[in-house]
Design a protein around this ligand. Structure first.
Ligand code: FAD
Ligand code: MLT
Ligand code: ZN
Length: 431
């Protein structure tokens, strides 16, 4: 037995949660689910040479973490790889197992006065291995970058069962190819990540969160240019009336202002010095319709809930067709206007919200598919068909829109070098 018998699930009822993704839109069938407890067990499983679907928290939104419906692949769940290494406070780094959730790592780091640079609403389920495999973004990219920017090194199991490990934590280490960087965003197609070394960021004593209301998205984009000058700006997330209405009607959360407004920007700043006065000064120069400043942790949570509950509200109303796209920031407003004009119809409704600071728009269509229409517009605006969720199964047929033929040829060569028999996550990312 490669792993304990209780960690090989063949019973259909036990397999089911691992065969269905978070949205419920992707349902596959696995030969079995295996839950290795350490790197050696992952390596032994890889050496069997069966098709493997690495799976962490299964919160990915593009169908990359579940098998297809052939019943031939084994789901390799990393959830037992939960080692939490000691936080090194001098280098502000830590090594953790791939199956550690973001929430668990945040608690671990905060106990040492540090924090994780990336944050996202699925924090209690999404794993660090999955976040590296998807190069997750989230709400603090404008300050700390994506998962790639936190990454110092990885340990991973190759398709051959061989283990590669580079976890020394050296900030400067120019000794050839950046293998951790290569695996970041590879969506389980090149190796199974088993351990990750990441940089941590400071926890600042002062934090301010504010919700600003605007006449339209275009005014929010203009306002953001001024808000960016506030030292320690962590987040700039936008929402619009349609999404707020859906979140409010789904969860019964209160209206943030006395009046309803067309567009909202949720901003947060933190620092060693209280950023409230600087943020207030910046806001006073803007054309805002209303402002709410969170003065307690509870108020802050209430404001963030309006934004973070969008995904769950849309899933309950759908599941929606998800289009996680980015376009140059100064073109976000006309881009969204054009999409709404083309997509909204009696048979479908387009919701949108996103990480405005990163030009990342989450379009969610309830009703008929709009792939060709939306990706065509994204292409004309010189955007990306996947800003942060990855390609998975969902966007595989469209990858050529964002990557040239020469780039795709390099992808194929890398895949052939690391996984010659194509056993790692077949059908995901690459055709
Ligand atoms: P999974 O869903 O299990 O897997 C995702 C992909 O990574 C799959 O292709 C899988 O094969 C591969 N993989 C997983 N673990 C490994 C491993 N150890 N080695 C190799 N490959 C592996 N994403 C964002 O970027 N920003 C957001 O703001 C954001 N918000 C979200 C909010 C909600 C409510 C939800 C449900 C999802 C959100 N996501 C967001 C998407 C998701 O949380 C991220 O993509 C996350 O990184 C996935 O982590 P996971 O552990 O759940 O990975
Ligand atoms: C978010 O920013 O909330 C996520 O990426 C999830 C989503 O797109 O629904
Ligand atoms: Zn997002």
């Amino acid at each position: 037995m490669l792993v304990g018998g209780e960690h090989v699930l063949v019973d259909p009822d036990l397999r089911r949660p691992y065969e269905t993704d978070w949205t419920g839109a992707y349902k596959g069938r696995a030969a079995a689910v295996v839950r290795p407890g350490n790197t050696a067990e992952v390596a032994a499983i890889a050496r069997l040479g069966m098709p493997l679907v690495p799976q962490g928290g299964n919160t990915g939104l593009v169908g990359g973490s579940v098998p297809d419906d052939t019943g031939t692949a084994v789901v390799l769940s990393t959830l037992r790889l939960r080692e939490l290494g000691a936080v090194n406070t001098s280098s502000a780094q830590v090594t953790v197992g791939a199956g550690v959730t973001l929430g668990a790592l945040q608690a671990h780091a905060r106990a040492s006065g540090l924090d994780v640079g990336v944050d996202l609403a699925a924090r209690d389920s999404a794993t660090i291995g999955g976040m590296v495999a998807t190069n997750a973004g989230g709400t603090r990219v404008l300050r700390y970058g994506t998962m790639r920017h936190q990454l110092v090194g990885v340990e991973a199991v190759l398709a051959s069962g061989e283990v590669i490990s580079h976890l020394g934590g050296l900030e400067k280490d120019n000794t050839g190819y950046d293998l951790a960087g290569l695996l970041c965003g590879s969506e389980g197609t090149l190796a199974v990540i088993t351990r990750v070394r990441i940089k941590l960021v400071p926890v600042y004593p002062h934090r301010v969160t504010a919700l600003l209301a605007f006449e339209d998205l275009s005014s929010a984009v203009t306002g953001l240019a001024r808000l960016r000058t506030v030292a320690g700006l962590d987040a700039a997330e936008y929402m619009v009336r349609r999404g707020i209405d859906l979140v409010r009607s789904t969860f019964g959360v209160p209206e943030p202002f006395r009046r309803e407004h067309p567009a909202y920007l949720l901003v947060e700043a933190s620092g060693a010095v209280d950023p409230t006065a600087e943020l207030a000064a910046a806001i006073s120069t803007l054309d805002v319709l209303d402002v709410a400043v969170a003065s307690s942790a509870k108020d802050r949570e209430r404001l963030w809930a309006l934004r973070e509950l969008h995904t769950e509200a849309l899933t309950r109303a759908g599941p929606p067709h998800k289009y996680d796209v980015s376009v140059p920031l100064d073109r976000v407003a006309p881009f969204v206007a054009e999409v709404l004009e083309a997509v909204d119809s009696p048979s479908r409704t387009c919701h949108h919200f996103g990480h405005l600071g990163d030009g990342n728009v989450h379009l969610n269509v309830l009703g008929d598919l709009a792939d060709e229409l939306i990706f065509g517009i994204v292409n004309r605006y010189e955007g990306s068909i996947s800003a942060e969720h990855g390609i998975g199964r969902l966007k595989q047929p469209w990858l050529h829109l964002s990557r040239s033929a020469s780039e795709l040829a390099v992808f194929a060569s890398i895949k052939a070098a690391l996984d010659p028999i194509g056993m790692l996550n077949p059908g995901v990312l690459l055709s």
